[in-house]
Design a protein around this ligand. Sequence first.
Ligand code: ZN
Length: 244
Amino acid sequence: MSSTIRVTVWNEFRHELSDPEVKAHYPDGIHETVAGFLDPLPGVETRTATLDEPEHGLTEEVLDATDVLVWWGHLAHDEVEDRIVDRLQQRVLEGMGLICLHSAHLSRIFRRLMGTGCNLRWREADERERVWVMEPGHPIAEGLGEYFEVQESEMYGERFDIPSPDTLVFVSWYQGGEVFRSGCCFHRGKGKIFYFSPGHETYGIYHQPEIQLVIGNAVRWAAPAGSAVPTFGNRVPLEELPTG
Ligand code: ZN
């Protein structure tokens, strides 16, 4: 592991090409917006990758140079190839951090790592979301108040069909009455996974300072710890054992 956190921001990059409203918020794609606010952070360097690149831009070489992968997908989850999902799962188990944003709850890699359906209730009604900090001592909440608000958000509501998070950092309330576990930490193997729900493509949510702060904090939290890779299987004893 290097002292620099090498981040790859992945986006399926489909809405932005076909929907003028999305393009207005994210003219170069959500991936460029996210990479654009992460890259200036001290000790962080970014690259981007998109679905239509060979191997979805996630070759072994790219992943060798990725400490944390940020994922945004919505329309094209099913177009992500099995062999790439297998590869990403293996990388996470070996220690690569993964941050799944918004509609990535139904991405193949997130569902694979969770082992559940990962579905939820939703509504697109420009309503207010109040994101409450559950764990003020958690590094992902650093710099936030007791809560922050997203003025126009897509409602994501419980039940959210995930395993219980290892740490629940945020819970959101929506104007329409639902609540949602909007910031969830998981460990799988050596890897750390953070799911963060705000970020619908027709809202400029990724331009909001609190959202950028959370994703930047999450990148630092999810970076590999630099500890030894566990080994498995039959072993000779570390101490001499009594014979007979
Ligand atoms: Zn959405």
